[in-house]
Design a binder for this molecule. Structure first.
Ligand SMILES: [Zn+2]
Length: 291
């Protein structure tokens, strides 16, 4: 390769790197840092393109290919979902190579008395989950602070309606209020709207389902749960049934609540599932609704 061609190629690569860096990242106010990361990227790209292209290759084409590859990789890292909801059991199926033997943990009626403690337990265990919240649990400053704390620990926040009403008993306007008002309240506290919706009692209506979808929320019921049944309202019985339920299966969507006995059993539930070789699905891996 001639020196002139090399310099032309380098100049093109630096240009491409500068464009893609600016487009794909947060505004960077530290000019010298940006320059450093750009030139590092450019020299890496040059090495890569020298390895892969022969001397006859057209330098413009090579840099175009590099740019395309970079875009594809960036998209894959950010948005490629790994699990898809199956409404037949409200559980999850792997999309590609994600392990099928995995379950999702969800905690409803939060953040009441136990949710922060439950989140701390889960975080210590590196166990992801969705907390489905109600408006009447986030209407004081103290309650808002609980929601923020849970969110900042890295958990997904879902919409479980303003007042935990049965949507089937409400008019469309009332359903709208139950769902949209809570989204606004949540956004005020955590800075973003929820991506998941669960109707109280699993009582969905056609209207609420389409509204949730319009709002960009994935509607989910659950595969199984036991903590509202009298005989399982203690730590040992609940931990046992959540891990040994005949309904436990690949992709199961596990429903729990913000309750004393569920908080007490949480650590045993997570370790019991892991002992049975189940992974815990991270809500970020779930395919969201297509708007
Ligand atoms: Zn509920």
């Amino acid at each position: 390769m001639t020196n002139t061609l090399k310099w032309m190629m380098l100049a093109l690569l630096v240009f491409v790197a500068a464009c893609s860096t600016n487009a794909g990242s947060e505004p960077n106010t530290d000019a010298s840092k940006e320059e450093a990361s750009n030139s590092e990227q450019a020299s890496n790209e040059q090495e890569a393109s020298e390895d892969s292209s022969d001397e006859e290759a057209d330098s413009k084409e090579a840099s175009d290919q590099e740019e395309k590859k970079e875009e594809e990789e960036a998209t894959a890292e950010e948005t490629e979902p790994e699990y898809r909801l199956n409404e037949a059991f409200w559980g999850f199926e792997p999309i590609n190579d994600a392990p099928a033997e995995a379950v999702l943990l969800t905690i409803d009626d939060a953040p009441d008395k136990n949710a922060v403690e439950m989140a701390k337990t889960l975080k210590e265990l590196d166990a992801p989950a969705i907390f489905f919240v109600n408006g009447h649990f986030i209407d004081t400053d103290e309650e808002k602070a609980r929601l923020k704390e849970i969110y900042e620990m890295g958990f997904a926040i879902g919409n479980h309606t303003m007042t935990h009403a049965d949507l089937k008993s409400l008019s469309e306007d009332e359903q709208r209020e139950e769902i949209l008002k809570l989204n606004e309240m949540i956004e005020e506290v955590i800075g973003e709207k929820p991506k998941f919706f669960r109707a109280p009692f699993g009582s969905n209506t056609d209207y609420s389902k389409s509204l949730a979808k319009e709002e960009g929320m994935l509607v989910m019921n659950w595969t199984y749960g036991y903590d509202w049944v009298k005989e399982y309202q203690n730590k040992a019985a609940l931990a046992d049934i959540m891990v040994n339920s005949p309904l436990l299966q690949n992709g199961a969507n596990l429903l729990m609540h913000d309750r004393d006995w569920t908080a007490a059993a949480m650590s045993d539930i997570v370790s019991g599932l892991r002992d049975k070789d189940y992974d815990l699905i991270n809500p970020e891996q779930i395919e969201l609704v297509k708007k």
